[in-house]
Design a binder for this molecule. Structure first.
Ligand code: BYC
Length: 334
């Protein structure tokens, strides 16, 4: 990989000293990616590669911090101290995941403030899934089992993403996500094996979260604007439909073990394909949620903006403290 130094120029193709140099840099980048070498922050990379990574990583980071809201809704009403402690730890993990991802995005020359401003202004997206409400305690289980399960299916391949800082952040995130998925499964299992009312609550949650979970993988391949290029750059390793199918194949036997039914009469094993067939996804609903018309879009973004405004004094105090101690030559202790 070609490191960007004062001799080789800056990270932008436009800034490369000549067309020849730009071609060489590009060829070297393409060869390195094809050879499964990691791209690191100081390496030369095409502007479009950098922009696409920032787009995906920002959306991912925003999803982590917005994703804290639907679950945090149940912290005060968790049915036991054990469940409350688990849920608090999980929500705290999501904040940590956001932090790793914003930090990884910063290595591409974009600041966390800039990305948050874009989120608050509606210029960057977060996952469609978090625009659905958490109506009952069982939703905490369904989010863990289905939403975190879908997230893991999507994110394990990103541990092999060509961009080093993103890939490394994903290793830790996936380890934590697998705990999240298991806590959701265990919670749903307890409800499913509980009273009739508890079982019905678990089934209702699965009925509501199943289809939105399938939408998390993004539009069908023939409508996915970025997949082909992202796969060529080894940012994505599998297409949206491939990962969605993998998730369905994993979820079907798990639903059976849980004693719950997936709300799709068309799910059946297809011997020839070696996969489960499943019913049609309501893509009109997906695009509508992306446009801001989901049940909770407005609530989620308003709550995020308010939290940001109300946290301004904490950021100011931390910055003033750091300034005071660096200007006096003393290091700030963590
Ligand atoms: N929601 O060309 P496409 C989590 C957008 S939650 C909203 O296929 P790409 C968590 C897409 O951005 C999950 N927008 O895009 C779990 C693009 O619009 P822009 C967060 C979506 O990037 C529990 C347009 O549709 N995970 O981790 O090739 C608790 C066309 O799509 C969605 C990640 O973000 C969607 N579901 O593939 C807390 C994983 N799907 O950008 C947190 C990393 C598509 O042109 N991201 N769009 O305006 C990815 O793997 C990929 O970005 C996606 C989409 C598979 C999501």
């Amino acid at each position: 990989m070609v490191a960007v130094t004062p001799e080789t120029g800056t990270s932008s193709t436009a800034d490369a000293r000549s067309g020849d140099l730009a071609d060489q840099l590009r060829a070297s980048f393409d060869a390195a990616v094809a050879a499964e070498e990691r791209v690191e922050p100081r390496d030369w990379m095409p502007d479009e590669y950098r922009a696409s990574l920032v787009r995906q990583m920002a959306q991912h980071a925003h999803s982590e911090i917005i994703g804290m809201q639907p679950e945090a809704n149940w912290i005060t009403r968790a049915p036991s101290l054990r469940r409350k402690a688990i849920l608090m730890a999980k929500v705290q993990d999501e904040a940590g995941h956001g932090l790793y991802l914003y930090s990884a995005a910063e290595t591409l020359g974009t600041s966390r403030d800039e990305l948050l401003d874009k989120l608050h202004a509606g210029k960057q997206k977060y996952s469609s899934i978090f625009n659905y409400p958490t109506l009952t305690w069982a939703d905490v289980g369904a989010i863990g089992w289905l939403v975190d399960g879908a997230a893991i299916t999507n994110q394990v391949p990103i541990c092999r993403c060509s961009y080093g800082p993103y890939a490394r952040a994903m290793v830790r995130i996936c380890k934590e996500e697998s705990f999240h998925q298991r806590q959701g499964y265990e919670l749903l299992l307890a409800l499913s094996r509980g009273t009739e009312a508890q079982h019905a609550m678990a089934q209702d949650a699965v009925d509501r979260w199943w289809w939105p979970s399938l939408m998390m993988f993004g539009p069908p391949d023939d409508e996915s604007a970025h997949s082909a290029q992202s796969m060529a750059w080894r940012i994505k390793r599998h297409s949206n439909d491939e990962l969605r199918q993998r998730f369905v194949d994993i979820a079907v036997p798990q639903a059976e073990s849980l004693g719950l039914t997936l709300p799709d009469p068309d799910i059946k094993w297809n011997e020839e394909r070696g996969h489960h067939d499943f019913g049609a996804i309501d893509w009109a609903e997906f695009w509508d949620v992306l446009k801001g018309n989901g049940p909770c879009n407005e609530q989620r973004i308003n709550q995020r903006r308010t939290a940001h405004e109300e946290g301004a004094w904490v950021r100011d105090a931390a910055a003033a403290y750091a300034e005071k101690h660096t200007s006096t030559g003393r290091e700030v202790q963590a």
